[in-house]
Design a protein around this ligand. Structure first.
Ligand SMILES: Cc1ncc(COP(=O)(O)O)c(C=O)c1O
Length: 447
């Protein structure tokens, strides 16, 4: 087959087959047929993703390489920050974002063990886990419905002389009140980490312009796990506008090393053998100088290759998510006496991850969720509900140590007991939305 072909020609021939393969065996898999289950999320992909994946595998570079470099550059431009680091998951992105703030390079503002970080309990556990794993103290504030984000009115009472940061997610794509939170952080000299894992593409009006969520605080994080706004299987990103934070993030991501040369490159700075670090001998190879106790959280170039293709689809994905939200909200308008429906945060334009519904008194959430699932509509909870009530908190809860609750978590508990969500992913067709609305409106028939 490859006789008389150059490597480039052979590769093109294989990639042409891959495109054909996509058309024959993948395209229709994404087409929902009446009677099929409606998932809360699903990957949407085309020929380009498969093509890039195979292209990268034929190169056999495997670790981060040219696709990673392209992805980091294009993703940073999309988000609106100068720096982006690709990692292997959203949880790793959160770990890096948090651990970056513990770097001694930050002087007085370094988060030390015992320092406090304000966050919420109704969210995904790995927004909070790095703080606990390090030995810092999460301080939980309550949520507000119908935005399902942190109640900014609780921030002042959560503050103590140990507070160093606010680290919180934009719930299911709905931005939290970034103006109030950022203002609170700058007034008290706190870091702001936006867990943007469920909000890629959401926008917020601040400083006279629309900006992407994740670009407004000090550090933003993304997840590219399949249900998210775009996917590369496993994957995540950490982004910032601060050159210092970027340097720390890269160091921690790449084994803790001081040198910033990408994989396979040496001596970009021209000073590989002529500097003095720590108590090492003068001129010790900079490639093996460690300024942090780091990890290796890099993704492979095959993941990045898929990401490059997905990134091109993001504007369309975002548009579809917004349309799906608007359609479902409109269809449920008459149900306000039974359900609390979600509202966007003022000054925001969310790229909705899901549609959160809170059952009013008299509507049994468990029964309703069972009814929907029984009719082929997949449902999800707001992740951990109240994280403090999860088994992972058993030891800390019984001793009342290692965390703090500012005020009460009454609304958090209400969300845990009465809220659930259904999907809005870009592959959802209008008839799927209409079916979900029909079942939600007709829930009384469940008896
Ligand atoms: C808000 C939030 N943060 C972090 C994560 C973790 O992302 P990953 O699954 O890529 O580790 C998730 C996962 O869904 C999430 O919803």
């Amino acid at each position: 087959m490859f006789e008389n072909k150059t490597e480039g020609q052979a590769r093109e021939a294989i990639l042409a087959f891959v495109e054909e393969y996509y058309e024959k065996f993948h395209r229709d898999k994404q087409n929902w047929q009446e009677g099929q289950r409606i998932s809360y999320a699903s990957r949407v992909y085309g020929q380009e993703e498969l093509r890039n994946l195979v292209d990268s595998s034929l190169e056999f570079w495997l670790t981060s390489g040219r696709y990673t470099e392209q992805f980091e550059r294009e993703f940073a431009a999309y988000i609106g920050t100068p720096y982006c680091s690709l990692v292997n998951s959203g949880s790793s992105a959160n770990l890096l974002a948090f651990m970056a703030l513990t770097s001694p390079l930050l002087g007085e503002r370094q988060i030390r063990r015992g320092d406090e970080v304000i966050t919420v309990a109704a969210g995904f556990p790995t927004t909070v886990a790095p703080c606990i794993q390090y030995g810092a103290v999460p301080v939980f504030v309550d949520m507000a419905i119908p935005q399902y984000n942190l109640d900014v009115g609780q921030l002042e009472q959560a503050l103590s002389e140990k507070t160093k940061a606010v680290m919180v997610a934009h719930t299911l794509g709905n931005p939290f009140d970034l103006k109030a939170v950022r203002e609170f952080c700058s007034r008290h000299g706190l870091w702001l980490v936006e867990d943007n894992c469920d909000a890629l593409g959401s926008e917020y009006f601040i400083d006279g312009a629309w900006k992407k969520t994740g670009s407004i605080g000090d550090i933003g994080t993304s997840s590219f796990y399949p249900p998210h706004h775009m996917t590369m299987g496993e994957g995540g990103a950490v982004y910032t506008s601060s050159p210092l934070l970027h340097k720390i993030i890269r160091s921690l991501r790449d084994w803790g090393r001081d040198c910033m040369c990408p994989s396979g490159t040496d001596n970009l700075c021209g000073h590989r053998f002529d500097r003095q670090y720590g108590e090492l001998p003068a001129g010790y190879d900079h490639k093996y100088v460690y300024s942090h106790f780091g990890y290796n959280l890099k993704a492979t170039d095959m993941q990045a290759a898929v990401g490059c293709a997905q990134l091109g689809r993001l504007p369309e994905f975002t548009k579809r998510r917004r349309e799906n939200f608007a359609r479902l909200k409109e269809k449920l308008a008459g149900m306000e006496s039974c359900f609390i429906l979600p509202e966007p945060c003022p000054d925001s334009n969310p790229s909705w991850f899901g549609f959160l519904i809170t059952c009013r008194d008299g509507v049994d959430k468990n029964k309703l969720v069972g009814y929907l699932e029984g009719h082929g509509i997949q449902t999800r909870m707001l992740f951990s509900g109240n994280l403090v009530k999860q088994p992972c908190f058993d030891g800390m809860r019984s001793k009342q140590e290692g965390y703090r609750v500012a005020g009460s978590l009454k609304v958090t508990d209400l969300i845990m007991e009465k809220s659930f969500w259904v999907g809005l992913y870009p592959g959802m067709k209008p008839e799927m939305i209409d079916y979900m609305a029909e079942k939600l409106c007709g829930y009384q028939e469940m008896g």
